[in-house]
Design a protein around this ligand. Structure first.
Ligand code: FES
Ligand code: FES
Length: 179
């Protein structure tokens, strides 16, 4: 304990800021502590608990979300850093309750999860990866997955799911181009 801390009193966040952010297409405005992590903001302020928190220091990838389309670790950002930006979380991927996103569908069909704790982070990372690499080979997929940890699956089914997801996304892209 530091000399200036009162015994038994929790540390206080002294500064607060107004934050405006778009998450999954909805605009949110909140007054938040300056030191609030983005992962905590999503989970505790917006109740978007699909973004999971594992290591809290950028190693496991469970907390990955898309920030202006790029995969970022929400445990390594302060919420105030995303002021006036657009985020997508796992809750924003599916078109409707009935219709999974192609990456989610591929995970389901290839049995690419067991407990599912790591799954939202994998799916958001893969979303960004396939945007950059629409037709990846297996070494590229393994490299693309290297920043996310799973304790359950052994990864092979996740690799298979990425191949299938890439196929689904390419097919829907060519259907759109032909229409
Ligand atoms: S919780 Fe953010 S990388 Fe592990
Ligand atoms: S499915 Fe359990 S940690 Fe990945």
């Amino acid at each position: 304990m530091y000399a200036f801390e009162e015994p038994g009193s929790p540390p206080q966040f002294c500064e607060e800021y107004d934050l405006t952010v778009t998450v999954n297409g909805c605009l949110y405005q909140r007054r938040i502590p300056a030191r609030m992590l983005l992962s905590d903001f999503l989970r505790h302020e917006l109740h978007l608990t699909g973004t999971h928190v594992g290591c809290e220091h950028g190693v496991c990838g469970c907390c990955t979300v898309l920030l202006n389309g790029e995969a970022v670790r929400s445990c390594l950002l302060l919420a105030v850093q995303v002021d006036n930006m657009a985020l997508t979380t796992i809750e924003g991927l599916a078109g409707s309750a009935e219709e999974l996103h192609p990456i989610q569908r591929a995970f389901q069909e290839k049995h690419a999860l067991q407990c599912g704790f790591c799954t939202p982070g994998f799916i958001m990372s893969i979303h960004a990866f396939l945007h950059e690499h629409p037709d990846p080979d297996e070494p590229e997929i393994r490299q693309g997955l290297a920043g996310n940890l799973c304790r359950c699956t052994g990864y092979q089914n996740i690799v298979e799911a990425v191949k299938l997801a890439a196929h689904y996304l390419r097919s829907s892209q060519s259907e759109r181009e032909e229409a």
